[in-house]
Design a protein around this ligand. Structure first.
Ligand code: ATP
Ligand code: MG
Length: 442
């Protein structure tokens, strides 16, 4: 599209020619370039958009590359053999190149957002249900969430088109909604979590006006489907900046909307022990991600639910139950309550339960029975969890040290001491998409 046509369609658009921005084709994946060029050569408008443009502008490596185009989904499919259309209400094209998927979306007009992960979202209470329609690139830009996510890299002339002052906000380090924050949060409350996620990840601040509204609007997250929140929670805590994100989620009172039980324990406990505990868990996860080690949602959720499990276990002990019984009941309750907000697939909740159940056994089975415990498939994760508890005095440091020495004395046993999931026969049975590592501490 020439600059002139652009100006007619979207008078506020600012075009940054190649010499005035940082995006170089050398940093864009070959597959994304292939898609952009083929669309362009077929006569369609084609832009790189979203996180790809944002991250490259900041000199960061993007997680993935998204493309926006004037071609309709069927037309995109006609151009690529390796293309699948996904989504029912609003169709997106996925162009597959081995493990890499380039998502190609046709320009849309409505202020609604209906991304792939949100297909079955039940929209109510001010959230839009109207079907959205195809639009121009300028309209497409305005339905996006933040100004910094609304920059378009034009393959026709290698310029960046900015419809919402995104370049200035990138420069200033601000996460700002496009349009009225109140209305945009109401349309899709997940944008509150996204605002915090991007701010923590990029070291930005949330725009003041939006930031003020978030604590008041946080309860709207109740209406978001639990499965979508599960995906968001993983992005929040397993994106490499978990500790920083946790702090911001608390500051904006979003943490309590996701983990109400845990939030209550944090607030009531008063000494900061649980905050310290969760920080240690998240620091640990962040460090593992930085080192390229596998992390598992099972460990993350175990840490997030532990304060609730602890409280409830002591309640059941006071009622005269044994520790094992009390713990089992506490875990069942804590999980059931949490599932009201955020779903946790069985493939993560089962190993999490096992990690919990192993905690008292680690306390009891020092000595002769230790050998058997060490061969338990969840031993390593449970041991890592024990170390974490010891950090804040929730378990005896001396106990943690005992297990450390015990394993050193035993020599590393291949089936338990190695956290590579590939070594495990169980792996063959894994179903569903992979989300982080299968085993080992987070
Ligand atoms: P990253 O992939 O690094 O997490 P991203 O910005 O690419 O960040 P995606 O979730 O991949 O985020 O979404 C791609 C783009 O789609 C975003 O940049 C934004 O323009 C738009 N988008 C995503 N989710 C929403 C939403 N809930 N509301 C409005 N626009 C959205
Ligand atoms: Mg993306």
């Amino acid at each position: 599209m020439t600059e002139q046509i652009l100006q007619e369609q979207a008078p506020d658009a600012v075009v940054f020619p190649r010499s005035e921005h940082r995006i170089s084709r050398a940093d864009i994946s070959d597959n994304a370039l292939k898609v952009l060029y083929r669309l362009h050569n077929a006569g369609y408008e084609a832009y790189l958009v979203g996180g790809g443009v944002r991250d490259l502008s900041l000199g960061r490596e993007p997680k993935d590359f998204d493309v926006a185009t004037s071609a309709r989904p069927e037309e995109v499919r006609g151009l690529f053999r390796n293309c699948r259309l996904i989504g029912r209400r609003f169709r997106l094209a996925h162009v597959h190149f081995g493990p890499e998927i380039i998502e190609v979306a046709t320009f849309r007009a409505a202020h609604d957002f209906d991304g792939a992960g949100q297909e079955d979202a039940q929209l109510r209470d001010g959230m839009l249900v109207r079907d959205n329609v195809y639009g121009t690139v300028g309209e497409d830009a305005l339905r996006r969430d933040f100004t910094i996510n609304s920059l378009y890299y034009n393959i026709a002339d290698f310029s960046v088109v900015d419809f919402a002052n995104g370049m200035d906000d990138l420069e200033a380090g601000v996460v700002r909604l496009i349009g009225d924050p109140d209305a945009r949060f109401r349309e899709d409350p997940v944008r509150m979590l996204r605002a915090v996620r991007f701010a923590a990840k990029l070291g930005f601040r949330v725009d003041e006006e939006a930031g003020k509204r978030i604590p008041e609007m946080a309860p709207l997250l109740e209406h978001v489907p639990q499965a979508r929140l599960f995906d968001e929670v993983l992005k929040l805590f397993m994106g490499g900046q978990g500790a920083q994100t946790f702090e911001m989620l608390r500051k904006y009172r979003l943490f309590g909307a996701l983990f109400p039980g845990t939030d209550t324990e944090i607030e009531e406990e008063g000494h900061g022990t649980w905050v310290q505990f969760l920080n240690a868990a998240l620091d640990n996860t962040d460090r593992r991600i930085a080192d390229g080690k596998p992390v598992t949602p099972a460990f993350l959720f175990a840490a997030l639910l532990w304060p609730v499990v602890r409280r409830r276990t002591s309640f059941h002990l006071e009622q005269g139950l044994t520790e094992a019984q009390g713990l089992q009941l506490a875990v069942a309750d804590a999980i059931e309550e949490q599932l009201q907000r955020v779903s946790v697939p069985k493939r993560f909740s089962l190993p999490m339960r096992e990690m919990f159940a192993l905690q008292p056994r680690l306390e009891r089975n020092r000595g002769r029975r230790a050998g058997r415990l060490v061969t338990h498939p969840r031993f390593r994760a449970a041991y890592d969890f024990l170390l974490l508890r010891a950090v804040v005095g929730d378990a005896e440091q001396e106990l943690a040290d005992w297990w450390t020495r015990y394993q050193e004395g035993e020599g590393r046993q291949p089936e338990v001491a190695d956290s590579e999931p590939a070594r495990r026969p169980r792996r063959r049975r894994r179903r569903g998409p992979r989300r982080g590592g299968d085993e080992g501490g987070a």
